[in-house]
Ligand binder design. Structure first.
Ligand code: SF4
Length: 358
């Protein structure tokens, strides 16, 4: 029996056909749900089985794409996204007009893998302490690690310090504007470079984080796959950017993913894309790529965090015996101390004492 998209059940409307425009006869072969549109019948969520999928995905089947005349911008219309952002976007300090490129760079580094609520107090303290790259570069890397607190992934603090130093040394204290130049800064990768170019300087650069990726995967590709952003994601996002307000559009898609199209509980009823979203129309098929849950208890990450917390709170270097109290397993403790030393997140003081890097 043919699988029926959830959105079409019990409804007199025919949103599926209206959505893709396909008028071809339905496939006669048995079908299974797959979450993309079938090239034969235009129905999302079905494909001939067990044959290779006859559906199409964006940019992968130009014939089908032409046949359906489906413009990605119809699935992620800038006007609806920008309206949503104007009404529901959060008032976050790094979004304030004219806040400057340095705070935006700091916020983007902090927000990688850390939720907004945890970033906010650290961000505000950081900017009060180091309002410019010059202020941070003049202090010790250990001060940056201390101020990083419990944000996690503390190597980001060291990278920000190295970044501030490079901005002073090589760019006259001004955060660069071009993506290519931003990419030369220590610890600045594809995402951060484009985010700074877009949000600080208004560049029409595609900014794709996990929230944006989730929205475009669901709304346009009709799947729920997780994973880091790819070049294909950036390329697709580039085609979606409106001529006006490109950077605001990127921030708006990001916000939609953070507030409405969340990973675990999307609120499709409140979403401005609910009429056109392909994943919703396909009955919200589960992901083909399983999300990996990151363990914490007992991991080296936890041990490293405890060691760093001890040293962060200590006004003076601590002896190994004092730091040893951070974790009962001696072998794991030693391994973590060694890795923190190798990462330059901690340093040896005189003798065997340990401290944050000076
Ligand atoms: S309709 Fe639902 S799944 Fe689709 S983009 Fe909106 S919140 Fe996400």
């Amino acid at each position: 029996m043919r699988a029926t998209p959830r959105s079409a059940r019990g409804s007199s409307r025919r949103p599926v056909r209206a959505l893709c425009g396909c008028r071809a006869p339905r496939a006669t072969t048995p079908t299974i749900r797959c979450g993309i549109f079938c090239a034969q019948c235009g129905i999302p969520g079905v494909r001939p089985s067990p044959l290779r999928c006859a559906g199409w995905s964006l940019n992968s089947n130009p014939v089908a794409e032409k046949r359906f005349s489906l413009n990605p911008r119809d699935l992620l219309p800038p006007r609806a996204i920008l309206e949503f952002f104007a009404h529901h976007g959060r008032d976050l300090p790094w979004r304030h007009p004219a806040i400057g490129a340095w705070p935006i760079l700091v916020s983007e580094v902090m927000l990688q893998q850390t939720p907004v609520a945890r970033v906010l107090p650290v961000f505000e303290h950081w900017l009060r302490t180091w309002p410019t790259p010059g202020h941070l570069a003049a202090d010790a890397p250990g001060d940056a690690v201390r101020a990083w607190g419990r944000l996690g992934y503390p190597r980001r603090a060291l990278r920000l310090h190295a970044c501030a130093t490079a901005i002073i040394t090589d760019h006259g204290g001004v955060v660069p504007e071009e993506v290519d130049v931003l990419l030369t800064l220590p610890g600045v990768g594809d995402y951060t470079a484009r985010a700074v170019a877009a949000f600080a300087y208004g560049a029409a650069a595609p900014v794709v984080d996990t929230n944006v990726r989730r929205v475009i995967n669901r709304a346009i590709r009709g799947n729920n796959d997780a994973g880091p952003a790819t070049a294909a994601d950036r390329s697709l996002m580039q085609t979606l950017l409106p001529d006006q307000q490109a950077a605001t559009f990127s921030a708006a898609v990001m916000e939609l993913g953070a507030l409405i199209c969340t990973r675990a509980a999307p609120e499709c009823g409140r979403c401005p894309l609910r009429e056109s979203c392909r994943w919703l129309a396909a009955g919200q098929p589960s992901s083909e790529v399983r999300n990996k849950k990151q363990a914490w208890n007992g991991t080296d990450r936890q041990v490293r965090g405890r060691i760093l917390a001890l040293l962060r709170d200590a006004p003076e270097p601590l002896s190994e015996a004092e730091v040893r109290l951070a974790w009962p397993d001696a072998e794991q403790w030693q391994r973590c101390v060694n890795s923190l030393l190798a990462d330059k997140l901690i340093a040896r003081a005189d003798g065997q004492a340990l401290m944050l890097p000076s």
